[in-house]
Design a protein around this ligand. Sequence first.
Ligand SMILES: Cc1cc2nc3c(=O)[nH]c(=O)nc-3n(C[C@H](O)[C@H](O)[C@H](O)COP(=O)(O)OP(=O)(O)OC[C@H]3O[C@@H](n4cnc5c(N)ncnc54)[C@H](O)[C@@H]3O)c2cc1C
Length: 538
Amino acid sequence: MPAANRYLVSFDARTTFHRFTDVLVIGAGIAGLRAALEVPADLDVLVVTKDRVTESNSSYAQGGIAGVLSPEDRFENHVEDTLVAGDGLCDREVVEMVVREAPAQIEQLVKWGTKFDLENGALALTREGGHSHRRIVHALGDSTGFEVMRAIIATARTAPNVAIWDDTFTIDLLTHDGACVGAVVRREPLGNVLIWARQVVLASGGCGMVYRETTNPPVATGDGMAAAYRAGAELRDMEFMQFHPTVLYVAGSARYLISEAVRGEGAYLRDVNGERFMPAEDPRGELAPRDVVARAIFRTMERTQHPNVYLDLSHLDPAMVQTRFPGISKVCRSFGLDITKDRIPVRPGAHYMVGGVTVDTRGRTTLPGLWAAGEVTSSGLHGANRLASNSLLEGLVYGSLCGRGAAEAARSGPRQLAALPLRSEIGREHAGDRLDVADLTNSLRALMVRKMGIVRDRARLLEAQRDVGFWRRYALGREFDGKPGWELQNLLTVARLMIDAALRRDESRGTHFRSDFPARDDARWGQRHVTSPPALTG
Ligand SMILES: Cc1cc2nc3c(=O)[nH]c(=O)nc-3n(C[C@H](O)[C@H](O)[C@H](O)COP(=O)(O)OP(=O)(O)OC[C@H]3O[C@@H](n4cnc5c(N)ncnc54)[C@H](O)[C@@H]3O)c2cc1C
């Protein structure tokens, strides 16, 4: 079987459509559009997104954005909470920078028209797991992402220098002489298009779809991570996938997230027998960090031999519950559940990818010409575990940094904007049409839940590595002609990087729990990152 190819598709610059831009932004979530809006008006920005512009993890964010806005709170508290959640792997300099930027970023969103929820005329602040103070701004009760993205998308659409191409799939990053020079995308009816850019910002989000149970929308297939890896950029911390403890678990429902804010307002977790189990697990009870709560739920499900646990809001003021959680209430009602009275069945699901493309404090990756922001990155903010509501914030801060940095580099760089004589050829005998892509994708997602889930051990990780390696051998040498095949190839690469990293980190830290190494091992792993290997064998 052929080895993995540098590019997923064949192309020849002499016979392909071209587009030129000063800055190419891949992804139209909060990080990508924030980057685009930071580029000065005299430079062109092209934003590409593989679905409609409204389809991103950002649009589905519920709880809110963290920032020190209350006089009772201090930057030091937010820094400390982030470091505690990150379990010894955060970069303090990055944490301090991001936390201090938060108030200005939130203010900018208000200027762009975001209508955050108010209380007595001031921004209403709630509290979430792991936060010592009330510091989360939210909108439309529990649909913060929808409102924030509405305002940002509207602002970006009116920016004269920003063009948005939706339904445009980024297949690969183009590289030449060790630098990123653009991307090859599929845009119908043109077919493949080579976009040449002075600078490229990658903001393609996470990879929750690598698991069968996930809160992420279907766009989150790790395409940007895999493309960056193929292009030679370093990735790190890929063993750290955060599982959200409370995902609605009703047969036939989408895996809908029940926000942490529900526990922030006082909801209890109960087992199938009606017993609260969190107080015995952790002094912070239901407000312990996500990884602690997710593992406690996992253990409780095993102990009770029941596929889920329950969230109970019945002791809270029904009027408050309806006002604070209209979205959750509506979804639950559609399955016959009244959240003011009935217990909500929940179980953990893959939620947030902590690891990703390594970036420095300015958003630069290890590949010249390529910047990255948001969930696709590992910036050092989250360490081994993300504190709730810090990720939209990270997208805003790093989006701004990347937009600014890419604009400066585009201005000062000597490179002319011209098509380069790039070619990629994948033999015809390796056409992808004889593979059942949906079947293999489902098998991969199920395997990740079973063998690379909340609780891991060497034996199961080795099995996962073997199976994924086997699938990669026959799926990666082929050429597919559409999204499902490219997404499968990307998921296989991301999965392989995650499994390898989980095997190498033989300790437990943050979201990464090894039952064969249950303790944190600072002597060997303190402040150490697992970085991606230069080449994957298998
Ligand atoms: C249900 C849910 C609730 C959440 N709640 C919160 C919360 O309350 N607070 C918080 O801070 N965080 C929350 N998060 C996490 C947060 O939403 C994400 O981490 C954040 O939005 C990531 O932003 P991003 O811009 O990096 O990526 P995204 O918003 O996911 O955007 C990625 C973009 O890249 C595009 N893209 C991907 N692949 C390609 C490709 N091949 N070609 C072209 N385009 C591509 C996508 O179409 C999309 O436009 C939540 C996440 C989920 C799923």
